[in-house]
Design a protein around this ligand. Structure first.
Ligand SMILES: Cc1ncc(COP(=O)(O)O)c(C=O)c1O
Length: 456
């Protein structure tokens, strides 16, 4: 079948999603609530999730490998998590106190147990807010106002980090000295100038660039595993740690994807590296919005009101040292319901993550063998419970540019064919697994691979 024929079968199978998308476009910009949720010709609208499965508006069932882009590590609607939510509401009767509450410290103690680099933390409402706040902390602590980020790394949807996330390689310059390129309309005119772009897994080039900019750069922010599937080498991670310490630059590890997904202690435990600051999100919220920034107490204390002021305290105006304290706030920060569900998630995951990682490896190997049996060489980058399928002539994927050598046309066609069989992924996206992706689910997936490939 051609891609056009596959897409026409897609439309025949999902008429209710098509109708829902037309309605959405009349009311919502572009028909989606986040740009990443769109794919051609229209995205599938889901109405129910249970375990590893999603059901769409037309009652088609799919194994879900998106898992809402990562958070649902226990799968959809895990009973203990739903019970925790109901019990929490029964016991406390309100959604929100607007005051401190004890779960904030209890949750923080759990996080600190798994992430010893975190001495103190603050809650946010998303991974985007967490990385944004980590950068503000770095500015406030160092008094420097540029950041260094890596080519191909994503840290959320705001201007400072929407630089060189998915650049066109032909415009991106020298592989060792990438040119900062905008990824969005609306960047301030000085954004590119204030963002230094680094090459991943290339320590020597990073040393050269960071040494030249050490007096301007507040922090290096990085995904330890690009896009959740291209891992740093251990030497590189440890090298960046030593280099940043040597140059007086903070190291921020963005564990929004990797936290509690590659090991319970995230990438920093896997690589044995202690960053100055860590940003987290996704898994820790059990599917509800949450984020954390934590790290060295000395840096985190920059935001402590004990040391300064509250910008809304009229009685304090004029006397306060507001300009010396990093103001951080949020109506929903440290949401009690979310923290109680997150805490339960981590308790369950502590027992179940190793088996989920084993099954992820089983699926990875099965897909690689499947392609090999059809004479197609693929590389399967990824660690823990995430991976991707790179149809490439290379033997290893080490950075963003290596990934650009892939045959995305074949990969996407296969992903659309898999959608018709009941395997849900946004075409071309990485695979995320959960504890609910049992051996049966993996066997089903591989049966779908056989059927989908026959169609192609
Ligand atoms: C590494 C990384 N950082 C930050 C973010 C932003 O998190 P959120 O979507 O919760 O705002 C994401 C989201 O995918 C991410 O993968």
């Amino acid at each position: 079948m051609t891609l056009e024929q596959i897409l026409s079968e897609y439309q025949a199978k999902t008429p209710a999603s098509k109708e829902a998308f037309i309605r959405a476009t009349e009311n919502i910009a572009g028909g989606v609530s986040a740009n990443i949720k769109y794919f051609d010709p229209y995205p599938i609208f889901m109405k129910e999730g249970k375990g590893a499965w999603l059901t769409d508006l037309d009652n088609n069932k799919y194994v879900d490998y998106v898992l809402s882009y990562g958070p649902l590590i226990l799968g959809h609607g895990r009973e203990e998590i739903v019970d925790t939510m109901n019990e929490h509401l029964k016991e406390h009767s309100t959604m929100l106190y607007g005051t401190p509450h004890v779960l904030e410290a209890e949750f923080a103690e759990t996080i600190k147990k798994y992430y010893p680099s975190i001495e103190s933390l603050r809650y946010t409402n998303s991974g985007t807010e967490a990385t944004l706040f980590s950068i503000r902390l770095a500015y406030a602590y160092t008094g420097k106002y540029k950041i260094a980020k890596f080519e191909g790394h994503y840290h959320g949807g705001y201007n400072q980090v929407l630089v060189s996330v998915n650049p066109n390689v032909s415009e991106a310059g020298d592989i060792h000295h990438p040119t900062p390129l905008p990824e969005s309309a609306g960047l301030e005119p000085d954004q590119l100038e204030n963002t230094i772009v680094l090459p991943f897994n290339d320590l020597e080039a990073c040393r050269e660039i960071l040494t030249a900019h050490k007096d301007e750069v507040a922090a290096v922010i990085m995904e330890p595993v690009i896009a959740g599937y291209i891992p740093a080498t251990k030497e590189f991670m440890q090298g960046i740690r030593s280099l940043t310490s040597e140059l007086g630059i903070l190291m921020i590890i963005d564990e929004v994807k990797t936290g509690f997904r590659i090991t319970m202690g995230g990438a920093q435990s896997y690589y044995d590296v202690k960053p100055d600051l860590t940003a987290m999100g996704k898994v820790i919220g059990a599917g509800l919005p949450v984020g954390i920034v934590g790290g060295k107490k000395e840096i985190m204390m920059k935001t402590a009101p004990l040391m300064g002021s509250d910008v809304f305290d009229m009685s304090n105006s004029g006397k306060s040292s507001a300009k010396d304290v990093l103001f951080h706030s949020g109506t929903y920060n440290g949401h009690p319901l979310i923290l109680s569900m997150g805490l339960k998630t981590l308790e369950i995951l502590n027992n179940e993550l190793p088996a989920a990682i084993e099954r992820t490896t089983r699926l990875k190997n099965a897909i690689q063998e499947f392609y090999a049996s059809h004479g197609i060489h693929v590389v399967m980058p990824g660690i823990g419970t995430m991976f991707n399928i790179a149809i490439t002539d290379l033997d290893e994927i080490k950075n963003y540019r290596d990934m650009q050598t892939c045959d995305f046309t074949l990969r996407k066609k296969m992903d659309y064919a898999l959608l018709l069989e009941g395997v849900y992924n946004k075409p071309g996206n990485r695979y995320n697994l959960s504890t609910a992706h049992t051996d049966d689910v993996i066997d089903f997936t591989m049966e779908c691979y056989k059927k989908a490939f026959k169609k192609m």
